[in-house]
Design a protein around this ligand. Structure first.
Ligand code: CA
Length: 232
């Protein structure tokens, strides 16, 4: 196989120094660019802030559980494939992880050939998904879900991950009246959130960014007494 034009970037979130060293050496020898984070918060931060082609995520991490990190990455709009690295026999955890947005699993100790094969599968899938996805268009706005990118009049709009998830949920439920409670549950997650006022604030921010005239919205409409509705 020909060498890729651009090195694929791997984020390794793992706290065992020996394993970090082994994996880093091996992946670099396979022409990947590798960065490591040794605890949950650092992994979440780097995973959110930088662009990666794949994330390898340990389950037992200092400062956080890998499943929590996985869930938080997805909630922040990160669509990068995630392979969880789990200890032997965590069957129940596997199901939980898949529900939280992981793409695949490897049970430690694993064979390096198996790891690189699994990575290649995920990279191929990601490429196929990108080329097969047509952006969603309304007015002057174009939304690319795979890239998590929104353009208005051809210019990239800087949406926060939460604003992007909110917009995505609106688009996926086009024409439906969505209550603030539903939006809180689905976009913010059932654990969090003090108040439905949060939804109003984010809707206002979203309108500022995507509506032609934010004060008289034509896409994200208020349904008085009930919530919001996306038309477009
Ligand atoms: Ca660990």
């Amino acid at each position: 196989m020909a060498a890729p034009l651009r090195q694929k970037r791997v984020l390794l979130i793992e706290d065992e120094p020996g394993l970090v060293l082994t994996l880093t050496d091996r992946l670099k020898s396979e022409d990947y660019e590798v960065a490591a984070a040794s605890d949950g918060p650092a992994g979440l931060e780097r995973g959110t802030r930088e662009a990666w082609d794949i994330i390898l995520l340990d389950v037992m991490l200092p400062g956080a559980n890998g499943f929590g990190v996985c869930r938080d990455l997805r909630q922040r709009g990160v669509t990068t494939p995630i392979i969880m690295l789990t200890a032997r026999g965590q069957i129940v955890d596997k199901v939980l992880g898949l529900k939280l947005g992981a793409d695949d699993y490897l049970t430690k100790p694993f064979d390096m050939l198996e790891l690189t094969a699994r990575i290649e599968v995920q990279l191929r899938r990601a490429t196929a998904a990108t080329s097969g996805t047509t952006p969603c268009l309304f007015g002057a706005v174009s939304v690319d879900f795979r890239k998590a990118q929104v353009l208005k009049d051809g210019e990239v709009i800087d949406l926060s991950a939460r604003e992007f998830l909110l917009l995505k949920y609106f688009i996926e439920h086009r024409e439906a009246t969505l209550s603030r409670d539903e939006l809180l549950n689905e976009v913010w997650g059932y654990h969090s959130m003090p108040s439905t006022r949060t939804v109003d604030v984010h809707v206002a921010w979203l309108r500022q960014k995507i509506e032609p005239i934010p004060r008289t919205p034509q896409y994200v409409l208020t349904v008085h007494g009930l919530g919001y509705k996306f038309v477009g």
